[in-house]
Design a protein around this ligand. Structure first.
Ligand code: PGA
Length: 245
């Protein structure tokens, strides 16, 4: 199976910067056989769609609402995403959960709505530091999977991203043992729930210098990368980590 290398740009890169990034990145990424997916901010969707048309690199939304349109001030529509060529969407990134108060019921609806449009949801899960210290890591991951996938279709594409909250944007990457234990647990839980095929990405301070060790861990099917995806050189190296051997 191809690994998935996903770039979460968060609130970075305007349309001009998006085009400039791809001007440099696309020629350098030629020959990479794994799947590369970019998640730009909504204001750069159109630039991303135009630049990546007819390319193997895919892109998606960092967040969409669970309805196509209506009185939902400030939200983005998955049908517009699809119209512009986006094929993926993050659901329940920890910043959405913790800064913007997204709840599990919304996330289940978003996953189902995205799948109904034949878009690929990436359900993000992961424990906070205090939950880990309280020995609740497995329980939190299981609860977030059960809630987020409550309305999901196991026959349609679905990706899960395990991102321990304490490792996101902190430079504090989980140890290979912590990643291995969590991914094995998430995989087992997905098998029990009937989603055995879902790839599991790791996220949280993935960098060019730790990617090639982490990608070898069983059930690490790719990465969701924040900070290190903003620079062409570091993201290119991460996208090559599987081939680096
Ligand atoms: P980071 O972010 O790589 O900067 O830790 C990961 C994420 O938020 O998805």
């Amino acid at each position: 199976m191809r690994k998935i290398f996903a770039a979460n740009w968060k609130l970075h890169k305007n349309p001009t910067e998006t085009r400039r990034f791809f001007g440099e990145f696309l020629p350098r990424i030629e020959g990479v056989l794994d799947q590369v997916v970019i998640f730009p901010p909504a204001t750069s969707w159109e630039a991303c769609g135009a630049t990546l048309m007819n390319r193997d690199i895919q892109w998606g939304a960092q967040n969409v609402w669970s309805q196509a349109q209506g009185a939902y001030t400030g939200e983005s529509s998955a049908t517009v995403l699809r119209e512009l060529g986006g094929r993926w969407a993050l659901v329940g990134h920890s910043e959405r959960r913790h800064l913007f108060g997204e709840n599990d019921a919304w996330l289940a609806d978003k996953v189902a709505f995205l799948q109904s449009l034949d878009l690929t949801p990436v359900l993000c899960i992961g424990e906070t530091l205090s939950q880990r210290e309280a020995g609740k890591t497995d329980q939190i991951n299981r609860d977030q999977l059960r809630a987020g996938l409550a309305k999901a279709d196991s026959k349609k594409p679905l990706v899960v991203a395990y991102e321990p909250v304490w490792a996101i944007g902190t430079g504090q990457v989980a140890t290979p043992e912590q990643v291995a234990t969590a991914h094995a647990f998430v995989h087992r839980t997905l098998v029990e729930m009937g989603f055995a095929q879902a790839p599991i990405l790791y996220g949280g301070s993935v960098k060019a210098d730790n990617a090639s060790a982490l990608i070898k861990i069983p059930h690490v099917d790719g990465f969701l990368v924040g900070g290190a995806s903003l620079e062409v050189a570091s993201f290119e190296q991460i996208c090559r980590s599987n081939a680096a051997g």
